[in-house]
Design a binder for this molecule. Structure first.
Ligand SMILES: Nc1nc2c(ncn2[C@@H]2O[C@H](COP(=O)(O)OP(=O)(O)OP(=O)(O)O)[C@@H](O)[C@H]2O)c(=O)[nH]1
Ligand SMILES: [Mg+2]
Length: 454
């Protein structure tokens, strides 16, 4: 937990001498921050190396297809793994509306409880956001860590953030998440300490103090972000006269890999969700056309709005770009839904009206599913639920060329297939924007470029 100064240091010492309830603000970090962390830098937390085990819970509405539910849970499991937990079980309950008190119904809750007690699972992760009271009730009932979707994503962001801006943004998101949840978060700990029903929870005064400390902290972080923002705005202004291109897309589609290929930058790319939380900008020259390329944080379905808001500075790279390169992982069965999530998020942040080049990546991994489908039919028990084969890559290409007026490239960043086509298209688009926007600016000399020599 190296990146989180204690909120204590910022409260003028007021709360430090009071008798604190177990969840008082000193414990904020453990709760809202690295929820899945085993060790903390200051050594006050548990340092055991046992892997955390998690149970997933989804409450889809009754119309949602089974395959879709499983796929959402696959994504949640991937998120959990990225956060360092291994998933041992999935619970699904179809409900028109989640239970207002405990999210799942009584029977399902008992089932989850029995499983958690039996296996010693250390946390239960919900594929949605829980209200503060649902969180409290579930914690009291299940007596293990309860993690909702926002907290899981914030936790991953906290692990990934490297720059001062990203770290401050994450910390702001953590406190904003925590604020409405301050009351009684640790109520079950009180009970474990032998308080019983008659013991009252943390006193209102203490909660008020905590709330004030957290509010102060939020105000301070916002101030700090404003300063950082001013600095990066100045930086961005100094880049005037050069076309700016931003790589955008769902998480794990290959944005950083493409960034590395185009700019020779050494950006961290791996098969984890949200490998990139900071944005990186590199100067690239294709032929004689210079432009600035930025790699940005990936989007995901149900990305907490708070998180989007607190990541404003990172998202400014996208908002201020002249051209967006929307990278899509076409090998993913839900790539079209992912595209829609990205388009919606772009709308949310006010970046929907920019020119876009769509790059369908991972064509090496694309599978129509035809083989599996026919295998199924030849067998004695043909699976009626087997998904129908998907269109071929050529079919997708024709569809999207028509839909997106040819602003489409199909590549494999891994195998380096069609990279020349990607470069050529980028160059053409960038040159057109450059000539229109900066007719008086001289193109930068090839010799001046660092690291670009393909
Ligand atoms: N099979 C295949 N894998 C690829 C290709 N391009 C990237 N990958 C892999 O996909 C994973 C994600 O790549 P990244 O470049 O980190 O993806 P990203 O979009 O930057 O991800 P986030 O930063 O997490 O949003 C890595 O394991 C890459 O090696 C490709 O063309 N084919
Ligand atoms: Mg990345």
């Amino acid at each position: 937990m190296a990146n989180k100064p204690s909120p204590k240091s910022n409260n003028g010492g007021k709360a430090q001498n009071s008798t604190r309830h177990p969840g008082a603000v000193d414990g904020v970090k453990g709760r809202a921050g690295r929820i899945l962390t085993k060790a903390a830098a200051n050594g006050t937390y548990d340092t055991s190396t046992d892997e955390e085990t998690a149970v997933l819970v989804a409450v889809p509405d009754k119309r949602q297809a089974d395959a879709r539910t499983q796929e959402y849970l696959d994504e949640l499991e991937f998120l959990a793994e990225t956060a360092g937990a291994s998933v041992t079980k999935r619970f699904i309950q179809r409900l028109d509306k989640p239970d207002i008190r405990t999210f799942v119904g009584e029977g399902k809750l008992a089932e989850i409880k029995a499983y958690v007690e039996h296996t010693g699972a250390s946390m239960v992760i919900f594929d949605d956001d829980l209200s503060p009271s649902q969180l409290r009730n579930l914690e009291a009932e299940l007596k293990v860590k309860i993690v909702d979707r926002s907290l899981l994503i914030i936790d991953i962001f906290a692990r990934r953030a490297k720059t001062a801006t990203a770290q401050t943004q994450v910390e702001l998101a953590q406190y904003q998440y925590l604020l409405p949840r301050l009351t009684g978060l640790w109520s079950h700990l009180d009970k474990q300490r032998g308080g019983g029903v008659s013991q009252r929870g943390p006193g209102e005064t203490e909660i008020e103090t905590d709330r004030r400390v957290v509010n102060d902290r939020i105000a301070l972080l916002k101030e700090r972000l404003k300063d950082l923002d001013r600095q990066s705005q100045t930086q961005r202004k100094s880049r005037g006269g050069t076309v700016r291109v931003a790589l955008v897309g769902y998480t794990n589609v290959g944005k950083s890999t493409i960034m590395n290929l185009l700019s020779r930058a050494d950006v961290f790319a791996e098969n984890k969700l949200f490998a990139t939380v900071d944005s990186t900008v590199r100067k690239v020259v294709l032929d004689t056309t210079p432009f600035l390329l930025s790699d940005t944080v990936g989007f995901i379905r149900k990305l907490p709005t708070r998180l989007i808001e607190s990541f404003k500075s990172t998202l400014d790279e996208i908002r201020e770009a002249d051209l967006l390169v929307h990278v899509v992982d076409i090998s993913h069965p839900s790539f079209e839904e992912h595209m829609a999530v990205v388009e919606d998020t772009l709308k949310d942040i006010g970046a929907a009206d920019k020119p876009v080049l769509v790059v369908f990546n991972k064509i090496d991994k694309y599978d129509t599913g035809e083989a599996a489908y026919h295998d199924g039919f030849e067998g004695m028990n043909a699976d009626e639920n087997a998904p129908a084969p998907r269109p071929s890559l050529e079919q997708w290409q024709a569809t999207y060329m028509a839909k997106l007026h040819n602003q489409v490239v199909f590549i494999s960043a891994q195998d380096r297939t069609n990279l020349d086509e990607l470069r050529a298209r980028l160059m053409k688009l960038v040159a057109a924007i450059h000539n229109e926007r900066y007719p008086s600016v001289q193109p930068i000399n090839y010799d001046e470029q660092e690291g670009w020599q393909e």
